[in-house]
Design a protein around this ligand. Structure first.
Ligand SMILES: *Cc1c(COP(=O)(O)O)cnc(C)c1O
Length: 221
């Protein structure tokens, strides 16, 4: 794939999302497309911005700090989401840079984020990442520990808007997405961050409010 194809790839992904929304009888535009630009540099990113994309995702704080201030200066209405694991000692940097954080998964991080938000008077929307397939190496809170972590996040006044997951890659995603949707519903959370290049249409039919798509927009990393 070349950068020349970027507007076409974006149009294709948007079309597929719209079709899935229609199939599931969800309102058009109910799903926000996060273009995950990790490992890609400005020359790959700017064609998507030119084609109208405004919501982007990164998985590393340092990489995002190097790329996005300049891109945002040129296009101030960019919305930047952190989709990767976050170390507590980077919480303040993450709060300063990102508009949403999708990887809140433990009490130490809840505490660090709450403190950084208070100091900076900035409140990025938070998603609690759930280890939906019980794969500890992936990050995310274990399903049985979710209620306690949500209670801690609420008492720390963290702006939790939803749940996020990355299902086991070798299994069909739909049952995991359905489980995440059920958990979010049980806890009265409206946001559902689920679905990547291989399964975002499935995620949209199961209620995703945010899909995180990299490869289908940028090509292979
Ligand atoms: C890289 C990444 C994505 C995007 O993955 P693709 O398969 O390239 O679409 C989504 N979510 C997370 C957490 C990621 O790290």
């Amino acid at each position: 794939m070349t950068t020349d194809d970027a507007p076409q790839r974006l149009a294709d992904v948007r079309e597929r999302i719209a079709r899935a929304e229609q199939l599931a009888k969800r309102p058009a535009g109910a799903t926000s497309l996060i273009a995950v630009s990790k490992t890609h540099e400005a020359p790959q990113i700017t064609p998507l911005i030119a084609a109208g994309q405004r919501v982007f995702g990164e998985n590393r704080v340092q990489e995002a700090q190097a790329k996005w201030p300049a891109l945002r200066e040129a296009t101030p209405d960019i919305e930047l989401h952190l989709v990767g694991q976050l170390q507590s000692n980077k919480a303040a940097d993450a709060v300063a840079l990102f508009d949403a954080i999708h990887s809140v998964d433990r009490l130490s991080l809840v505490t660090a984020l709450a403190r950084a938000m208070e100091r900076q008077d900035r409140r990025p929307a938070c998603f609690v990442q759930v280890d939906i397939g019980d794969e500890p190496q992936k990050g995310g809170v274990a399903v049985p520990e979710l209620p306690a972590l949500l209670a801690e996040a609420r008492s720390a006044d963290l702006p939790v808007v939803g749940l996020m997951c990355v299902p086991p890659f070798d299994l069909e995603a739909a049952p995991w997405f359905a489980l995440l949707a059920k958990l979010a519903d049980d806890h009265g959370l409206p946001g559902l961050s689920m679905g990547m290049s291989g399964d975002y249409e499935t995620a949209v039919t199961l209620g995703a409010t945010h899909v995180r798509v990299g490869t289908a927009l940028f090509g292979a990393r």
